[in-house]
Design a protein around this ligand. Sequence first.
Ligand code: SF4
Ligand code: SF4
Ligand code: FES
Length: 250
Amino acid sequence: MARELTFRIFRFNPDQPDVKPRLQDYRLTEEPGMTLFVVLNKLREEQDPSLRFDFVCRAAICGSCGMLVNGRPTLACKTLTKDLPAVTTLMPLPVFKLLGDLSVDTGVWFREMSLRTEAWIHTDQVFDPNAEEERMDNAVALQIYEAERCIECGCCIGGCATANIKPEFIGAAGVNRVARFMLDPRDKRSDAEYFEVVGTEEGVFGCVGLMACDDNCPVGIPLRDQLAYVRRKMAAAGWKLRRRAPAARA
Ligand code: SF4
Ligand code: SF4
Ligand code: FES
């Protein structure tokens, strides 16, 4: 027999600050193959047109549907109700600006992080559209591709203890972004220059290493490896800079 499911959903409209945040219960009958995408759309169409949430692709590609499902950050579009208990709590991802109910603005956060980490190729080489395409080592290209798979869903940030208490922390998504450029031979930044960007408590040294991010990334980016890679490089760069500092003062 089909289950009756209860969804306990966070409700708050920042444009109506007088109305306190609350959890509101909705009920519906489970259907085969049902995802949270189907659930939320059914609830909005059939029960409550005021419910706010975000979906674009429905296929774990756009990253817009990140939310806390029973406390765990994940993509709602790829969450099947058959894997959920009879009562499920849905909350918006913390850290990001709340737009209303389950809808948050991850775009501003990711744009600021990209600017702070200078997430573009740094080179003096002038682009020549007529030049022959430069070949890249396959293994390096694959490592860059791995980091590039980030869909900016924010799940690693929403579940990160440091990001929740320190808004300036760039999180695993930020460190992954930096790793992408460190790996790229076209980016001519030195380790000392990267240290300026990420060798701080707001960067890789703010990470407490419990690896919730690695568990929560819905596309399986190896965040544990990316954090270790950047931390190793930045620890070595910091050590060299400290050794050079007394000589520079002398
Ligand atoms: S390992 Fe670091 S970046 Fe990942 S969730 Fe923990 S504190 Fe955040
Ligand atoms: S690293 Fe993974 S969890 Fe973090 S924003 Fe990118 S896709 Fe989402
Ligand atoms: S709707 Fe695009 S990732 Fe879920």
